[in-house]
Design a protein around this ligand. Structure first.
Ligand code: NDP
Length: 392
């Protein structure tokens, strides 16, 4: 019998975290869970830690430590709290780590996990967007295997199949277009939070669901693809495909195009990273193309969805520009989720912060943090003015 594989899940209480636990729970003898983490959802975290017999459970928010400790009393599962504890959990060096914290909060533990030189399944795209060069240098140095979880990047990873990147003519990221794909710009001014949270195809956490509605998600993915698949910006394209059946495509120099297809269920790409280089069975719905009937495609509209242009401008500017874009977006999305600003104010906030910031070179985590903090402060100010109906 082979020894179980050690796994840790950062963001275990979220949409990706729960899907990962669902897969692991189907074959418990194959895995030994080291650490599970959450922001502050103690009930869900403690239940998962007990169900999966984890060694350690960590909440990022120190105010939640007492509740976690109480919830785990008598179980033998260790409780910890704070950002330092998240990094220490990563230093346990699991064979396989799922990085699924939302936002830049995931950067330090993800980077720490990468530095262990094992396998890291990356869902936390904001970490790679903000700290791409730092993260990819750490992957090189540690010899870690970084496997993309995002359905688009996982699709590209599968299409490339380890082949030479210089044989690629074009990589096309597909995009559902979100809930407002067919709305006019005028209509989009007045959309509600509930409408924005209704993604047509995918069930996901709140932040990425709003990012999908503004199409900033595709912008972040464009930057993510730039780092994971270094073919150059002119070979990266975005195509709207409302059915979300084709998750992305790779065209090779011989004009042969490979695509990866599947039902919109994140357990499929997660399973790919969990079993890689093998494959594992999943409980997911097989694709029924006869029932789907047709696949549609259209070019993205950068007037109604400026986030795609902003992301391209950020990666072209380089240095700290993607970190600035990401920080401003995190603040603006949080303000929209809190009902403080309108839907179109999200991209307006990001664009204003980018216009007023100068991209600086990024060589370290501290450089990323400095750019992130300055951009957050600016975005808070701008979103605050928009919330009060003032000009920015
Ligand atoms: P969720 O909001 O569902 O879950 C986020 C997780 O992060 C939760 O466990 C949450 O804990 C934890 N968390 C929140 N804030 C902090 C913090 N400050 N410090 C530490 N942990 C924190 O998000 P998703 O699962 O949807 O997304 C996670 C990541 O995966 C994102 O980067 C997203 O872009 C990416 N992704 C998601 C996809 C999806 O289908 N959901 C698809 C592709 C990528 P708590 O529950 O306590 O708040």
């Amino acid at each position: 019998m082979t020894a179980p594989r050690t796994v840790s899940i950062f963001g275990a209480t979220g949409s990706i975290g729960c899907s990962t636990l669902d897969l692991i729970g189907r074959d418990p003898d194959a895995y030994e869970v080291l650490a599970l983490t959450a922001g502050c959802d103690v009930g869900k975290l403690a239940a998962a830690a007990i169900a999966h017999n984890a060694r350690l459970a960590v909440v990022a928010d120190e105010r939640c430590y007492g509740d976690l400790k109480a919830a785990l009393a008598g179980t033998g599962i260790e409780a910890a709290a704070g950002e330092g504890a998240l990094v220490e959990a990563a230093l346990m060096g699991a064979d396989w780590t799922m990085a699924a914290i939302v936002g830049l909060a995931g950067l330090a533990p993800t980077l720490a996990a990468v530095k262990q030189g094992k396998t890291v399944a990356l869902a936390n795209k904001e970490a790679l967007v903000a700290a791409g060069d730092v993260m990819m240098a750490a992957v090189q140095e540690s010899g870690a295997t970084l496997l993309p979880v995002d359905s688009e990047h996982n699709a590209i990873f599968q299409c490339l199949d380890g082949g030479a990147i210089d044989r690629v003519r074009k990589i096309t990221l597909t995009a559902s277009g979100g809930p407002f794909r067919t709305r006019t710009l005028e209509d989009m001014r007045a959309v509600t939070l509930d409408e924005a949270l209704k993604h047509p195809n995918w069930s996901m956490g709140r932040k990425i669901t709003i990012d999908s509605a503004t199409m900033m998600n595709k912008g972040l993915e464009y930057i993510e693809a730039y780092h994971l698949f270094p073919v150059g910006l002119d070979r990266l394209a975005i195509l709207v495909h409302p059915q979300s059946v084709i998750h992305s495509m790779v065209e090779f120099v011989d004009c042969s195009t490979l695509a990866q297809l599947g039902s919109p269920d994140m357990r499929i790409p997660i399973a790919n990273t969990l079993a890689w280089p093998d494959r594992m069975a999943t409980p997911c719905r097989p694709l029924d193309l006869a029932a789907i009937g047709r696949l549609d495609f259209e070019a993205p509209d950068e007037v109604r969805f400026p986030a795609i242009r902003l992301a391209r401008e950020a990666i072209e500017a380089g240095g700290s520009a993607p970190a600035i874009l990401n920080a401003a977006n995190e603040i603006a999305v949080a303000a929209f989720l809190d009902g403080r600003i309108g839907f179109l104010d999200i991209a307006a906030t990001v664009e204003t912060v980018m216009d007023r910031s100068n991209a600086a070179p990024v060589r370290s985590l501290d450089d990323v943090r400095a750019a992130d903090a300055a951009a957050r402060a600016q975005a808070l100010d701008i979103a605050g003015r928009l919330a009060e109906g003032l000009t920015v």
